[in-house]
Design a protein around this ligand. Structure first.
Ligand code: Y39
Ligand code: FE
Ligand code: FE
Ligand code: FE
Length: 224
């Protein structure tokens, strides 16, 4: 295991950008689950509980920056998440639940789990404890979306597939823009991509896609 100097200026600049993306992502995630709670009455309380976890994550990751004496770079993060967030909001306003569920519950959650998992071995001791707990929560969020999409799979599979094609491309753009910052904090971005594609593939199969179609959806995401 290589040693990381959490106090080098290269580490701190990169961490500031990654920390900004994480805080922005968690803040959006909290809003997204609140909006879903309003739209899916039968699951209101469960979704509000997930929203509360996301708000907690945002606060906890602010604490990770504070611990290192680093301020998050928010403007870049806001720009990176803007497309996913606006696609989420536009679909929901148009009365669609499937797309918002795919964007937040499948794509963003799989991205979070893959990225946080790759971050764990290179995190400072304070952030490591927090990240480990956060990962457990993210699995609950993914699990909720998996159940919901599985129950709606028969009527919605084409919408789900199309939404994955569009939004996976959006997500890969975020990852590409973060590439050098990830490298600078000790994460191999190619490993994040590999873990993401693998987890996403398993999730597509769990909600009802046949193996070949699941693999094709994932392959299209990384081909661009
Ligand atoms: O469901 C969630 O909590 C997702 C919002 C969070 C997204 C996190 C995005 C992570 C990007 C790179 C992190 C490298 C450690
Ligand atoms: Fe979270
Ligand atoms: Fe909005
Ligand atoms: Fe989450």
């Amino acid at each position: 295991m290589k040693t990381i100097n959490y106090y080098s200026s290269a580490y701190r600049t990169a961490f500031s950008h990654i920390n900004g993306v994480v805080i922005m992502g968690e803040t959006h995630a909290a809003q997204h689950f609140q909006k879903l709670a309003k739209a899916i009455h039968q699951d209101h309380d469960e979704l509000m509980a997930l929203a509360a976890m996301e708000a907690r994550h945002a606060r906890d990751f602010v604490g990770c920056g504070r611990e290192l004496g680093i301020t998050a770079a928010i403007p870049m993060a806001r720009r990176l998440f803007q497309p996913l967030h606006s696609h989420f909001c536009t679909a929901l306003k148009g009365g669609c639940l499937v797309r918002p569920m795919v964007i937040q519950g499948l794509i963003i959650e799989c991205f979070a789990i893959a990225a946080y998992h790759c971050y764990l071995p290179v995190a400072d001791p304070y952030a490591k404890k927090i990240t480990a707990k956060v990962i457990d929560d993210e699995h609950l969020h993914l699990n909720y979306a998996e159940r919901w999409l599985k129950a709606n799979f028969a009527e919605q599979q084409e919408v789900i597939a199309e939404c994955c094609r569009t939004e996976l491309a959006t997500t890969m753009t975020i990852l590409k823009e973060l590439w050098q910052h990830l490298v600078a904090i000790g994460i191999d971005p190619a490993e994040v991509v590999a873990e993401f594609v693998s987890l996403f593939n398993d999730t597509l199969i769990a909600i009802g896609f046949h193996q070949n179609r699941a693999r094709a959806i994932g392959a299209a995401a990384i081909a661009r």
